[in-house]
Design a protein around this ligand. Structure first.
Ligand code: COA
Length: 148
């Protein structure tokens, strides 16, 4: 098994998370909004009450990350799991699973029960979420607009 360390991201990890996120096409929302900006990643990391960002490291290198937004804390608590991405060279080694386990531990500590994901239609993502027990709800169509 590959030796990895899972930990909360610090501001100095932002650049590595950004670089990794940009290399994973499934994490791009649309041509208009391909992936989070570096400034946003820094913002997410520096506002831990609203955001959870954990990374997986191997030999000091960031090889995966998980990011979720906490949308409410009342009525059971709700968060949106926005990104889970593993460097393509390190997939199928249990790292996604390890990140998700660490994420569950974190949200349990914050008394959040409901987790929503946006599932990309790729085979790997579907296989992963299915194995993790996520059930598909209904299909949505994403629409977007840049407000002028
Ligand atoms: C989806 C993703 C995060 C999985 O990460 P990973 O570290 O490779 O996953 P794990 O090794 O922890 O896999 C756990 C289980 O998920 C399932 N799974 C993972 N990849 C799969 C694939 N390509 N096909 C089918 N099932 C898959 C398997 O059941 C696997 O268990 P097993 O290897 O014992 O059979 C990774 O493929 C990825 O980064 N994909 C691109 C980004 C993405 O689509 N993210 C999800 C939407 S935000």
């Amino acid at each position: 098994m590959l030796e990895t360390k899972i930990r909360k991201a610090r501001t100095r990890d932002a650049r590595a998370i950004y670089a990794l996120g940009k290399r994973i096409p499934e994490l791009a929302f649309s041509p208009k909004y391909p992936f989070h900006e570096l400034s946003e990643i820094k913002e997410f990391i520096s506002t831990p009450k609203e955001n959870i960002m954990l990374i997986a490291e191997h030999n000091g290198k960031t090889i995966g990350f998980i990011f979720a937004k906490i949308l409410s804390r009342s009525a059971g608590g709700w968060c949106m799991l926005d990104n889970l991405g593993i460097d393509s060279r390190y997939r199928r080694k249990g790292i996604g699973q390890n990140l998700l386990d660490a994420f569950y531990k974190e949200i349990k500590g914050r008394k959040i029960k409901y987790v929503q994901i946006l599932e990309s239609k790729s085979k790997q993502a579907r296989g992963f979420w299915k194995k993790e027990g996520f059930k598909e709800t209904k299909e949505f169509i994403w629409a977007e607009e840049m407000i002028k």
